[in-house]
Design a protein around this ligand. Sequence first.
Ligand SMILES: Cc1ncc(COP(=O)(O)O)c(C=O)c1O
Length: 441
Amino acid sequence: MAIVGPESSYAERAQRADAADVLASFREEFLRPTRGGVPCAYFAGNSLGLMPRKARAAVEDVLTEWGDLAVEGHMHARQPWYRYHEDLAPLLAELVGAASDEVVAMNSLTVNLHLMLVSFYRPSGRRRKILLLPEEFPSDRYAAESHVRWHGLERSECIVELDHSPLEPISPATIIETIEALGEELALVHMSAVHYLTGQFLDIPTITAAAHRVGALAGWDLAHAIGNVPLHLHDWDVDYAVWCSYKYLNSGPGGVGGAFVHRRHAQNPATLRLAGWWGNDPATRFSMPQWFEPVPSADSWQLSNAPVLALAVHRVALEQFHRATMERLRQKSVLLTGFLEELLTELGRAYPELGITIVTPRSPEERGAQLSVRCAALSHAMYEHLLTRGVIVDFRKPDVIRIAPAPLYTSFMDVVRLGRAIEEFALRHLTDHDDGRVPTR
Ligand SMILES: Cc1ncc(COP(=O)(O)O)c(C=O)c1O
């Protein structure tokens, strides 16, 4: 009997888990792509989250008010545009574990990273090194390198990439040993909290504390972490963090990013920041002060007035998280990802020819809603097969299939559907390529 057939224990367990899922109704709040008129099972929310149905009306409302009110909308729209971004701060603060004055929705991730590096990479004397993960996301590497060069320094003497295989989880002990070895030469630790390729969730407080012990700062890229794993940035004493909103936060392609700056930096007038009028204290902004008077919060890193159309979508998406709560999402996420892991492991055992290896750490504390899987030489063929079956995952070089069961809209039966498509691939592959041998079980 097939491992994931309609009568299998996986299907039965999935139906029971879906019936008991307190977040199940959120699934209906999203649109999803279809294949042949059938909605897809969507596992690519770590790349681009699904569209909340309410996003369209939210954008139309802003367009209507723009048409009706024009410039008056800044003060008299239902949610006045002048302080639109301020209303989003409490919702973001909940997700990253911060106070509202420590977070701001603005720009995009890489732009925000540059703004943070201006403030928090301040090489001086021997303290000039930046520590990065092995094979960190390219934008982070490029940004770090460009700041090194901006300061007139050389990449080879300032950028330290951890010496470790990028396709294997890294132990926090290795990171901490490197931090300690760099000691007073280390200016900044900048890392992805959840690694885009392996899905590993790093121990942010321990690594941040290690950086602080040697006198360095610690900043985090939360692209794959926000809305995915529990975060307590303020209590963890993180210096800065940046994120995008189009992955787990479902705020649309190129949606507005965000930043966290710890209060001790944001309220310190000596913290250097690039200035623009929107970062000025709103109390004096329109009296057009001659010189920059930063508002003592993360808002002071804003340069320009806020992109209200994009923020309207972001607001819808953040309100969904507020209703769902990170606590419940995390509970479901651990169960759902665990279920996926169990199914993939059994398929791997039953069909060793597929060469299934799960790259992501096995412990729920060290991962979010993503399993990265390699299938020896078959990864790309498997990926393409899944797409034809209406199961959307993604593929990253060299041979990694990333599967992200985002708990807000993924059901346990979606996981079963993925399992069925993998099993179908296994059976067909063996039939086509292995002397017509079909396993009996
Ligand atoms: C880990 C990580 N960092 C940075 C980026 C770049 O984001 P953006 O294009 O919004 O600047 C991405 C994009 O996917 C990412 O995954």
